[in-house]
Design a protein. Structure first.
Ligand SMILES: [Zn+2]
Length: 465
């Protein structure tokens, strides 16, 4: 198959943009990339898909996602949320802790569908709880065609701490069972879907609730099994207080002392990282997921993203959770990342559309450990790409296709998605999922979850009449 007549952002080492370009795909790989006339002449018997007017680029990789939270879209904007701990223990945990496996699958299906429809071809799930039903969610990822690193929750919160904090029982399990469940999921699912699926460890945060010895054990196990690990880190203003209580200067230094920095580790947020922290993050090539949209909505940060990039930290982009950030539309969050970095620096060149697109593709692939075969469009790499149809008033004219993709396009402009050489979406129709059934399922159950959880006030501040 040859995809023809497109403007191709290859993201190859020279960052070449091929005008009137074509990509030849055989099996799961790109076998040729160049000018349309040349490829079509060289392979006259191949079928073709004409992508005239489309920008083609590598699939986007979202490195911080909570699939269980898509059914809670926008609830941070209902009534008064208050402090972070009220939000987490009073609202989010009771709701997610009341999920049945069917609820969790409904939410994850919605999340994966939304990601595919907005051009995300790979993602890191940070906190997949056992109560959600790991097998069905892993199966969903395999069947949908997406790439995923599913961070299975591990914790060590004593029953006394759990009850003191009001940590919902439905979100709790013992350290032993959490680790066992993760290793079992790894045995069963890691490498499924022709290698598209990975099972990681998912830690909520280095926080007072958790016994800190958990982190070293999990880090050692991750190394032993060559598994990834993800955790929220240096996220909240008080995170350094916790580190100081344990004899460390900062949360990042605490992470270093507990085996939480390194190549296969993705740290979400890092909004309070200082100069010393940034050096530590750069040295062992830790990945940081910059959650610009969510942080701005929650009034955290802004993270020192340009300083981290300058220091050599592998910074990627994540949408985080739908309660606060509303959408899993990475294109939108690329724009927010640029805007907020520029505002912070007082410099409109602080973060360019070119750099932020590298973060969402090349850096994202590195975070997932798949950079040897994904993240750019080159001969021999996997055929993972998306197309943006620029035949729309808000996308014309196209001066600089990178800026058009980052600053003008929205997730809804993604027309075609190809992963592992398979056409997953064509003309906005996802071929691997039943969109109507997924939407009906969510609409039919979201209020029941709130009722079961006993959480009230999930409405507008304005009266419903
Ligand atoms: Zn998060």
């Amino acid at each position: 198959m040859i995809f023809t007549h497109a403007t191709i952002l290859t993201m190859n080492p020279k960052r070449e943009i091929v005008e009137n370009g074509a990509i030849r795909v055989k099996g799961d790989r790109i076998t040729a990339i160049g000018k349309t006339t040349e490829l079509v002449t060289d392979h006259p018997d191949d079928d073709t898909i004409n992508l005239s007017g489309h920008i083609v680029m590598p699939g986007l990789i979202d490195t911080h996602v909570h699939t269980a939270q898509c059914m809670l879209r926008g609830i941070s904007e209902c009534g008064t949320v208050g402090e972070f701990s009220n939000w987490l223990f009073g609202r989010i945990f009771p709701l997610q802790g009341s999920y049945t496996e069917e609820d969790a699958l409904a939410s994850a299906s919605l999340c994966v569908l939304e990601m595919l429809k907005s051009g995300t071809t790979g993602f890191v799930e940070c906190l997949l709880a056992e109560r959600y039903g790991i097998d069905a969610i892993a199966e969903l990822c395999v069947e949908s065609g997406i790439r995923a690193a599913l961070g299975k929750v591990v914790m060590d919160v004593s029953p006394a701490t759990r009850d003191k904090l009001g940590w919902h029982h439905g979100m709790w399990q013992t350290r032993e069972s959490a680790i066992e469940g993760t290793l079992a999921a790894h045995d069963t699912w890691d490498g499924a879907g022709d290698g598209r699926l990975q099972i990681w460890f998912g830690c909520r945060s280095a926080e007072p609730a958790n016994n800190p010895s958990l982190f070293r054990e999990v880090s050692d196990l991750a190394q032993e099994r060559e598994m990834g690990l993800t955790i929220h880190l240096a996220e909240l203003p008080h995170d350094n207080d916790y580190a100081r209580e344990h004899g460390y200067r900062t949360h990042v230094e605490f992470a270093q002392g507990h085996g939480l920095l390194g190549e296969r580790i993705v740290l979400a947020h890092c909004t309070i990282a200082d100069d010393g922290d940034i050096q530590l993050l750069a040295e062992p090539s830790t990945s940081v997921s910059h959650n610009a949209g969510n942080n701005a909505a929650a009034a955290w940060g802004p993270a020192r993203v340009t300083d981290m990039l300058d220091a050599g930290v592998n910074v990627s982009i994540g949408c985080d959770g739908a309660p606060t950030n509303a959408n899993m539309d990475l294109l939108r969050d690329l724009r927010i990342a640029c805007h907020t970095a520029r505002q912070r620096a007082g410099n409109r060149s602080a973060l360019t559309s070119e750099t932020v697109l590298e973060m969402a593709t090349l850096n994202g692939a590195r975070a997932l450990g798949i950079h040897s075969y994904a993240g750019s469009l080159e001969v021999g790499k996997k055929a993972d790409f998306i197309t943006i149809d620029t035949d729309a008033p808000h996308l014309q004219p196209v001066w600089n296709p990178v800026a058009t993709a980052v600053f003008a396009a929205q997730g809804g402009d993604v027309d075609t998605v190809v992963i592992d050489g398979q056409i997953i979406m064509r003309k906005r129709q996802v071929l691997t999922m039943d969109e109507e059934a997924i939407l009906d399922n969510v609409r039919g159950r979201f209020r029941d979850v709130a009722y079961r959880a006993g959480v009230e006030g999930l409405t507008s501040a304005w009266p419903s009449v």
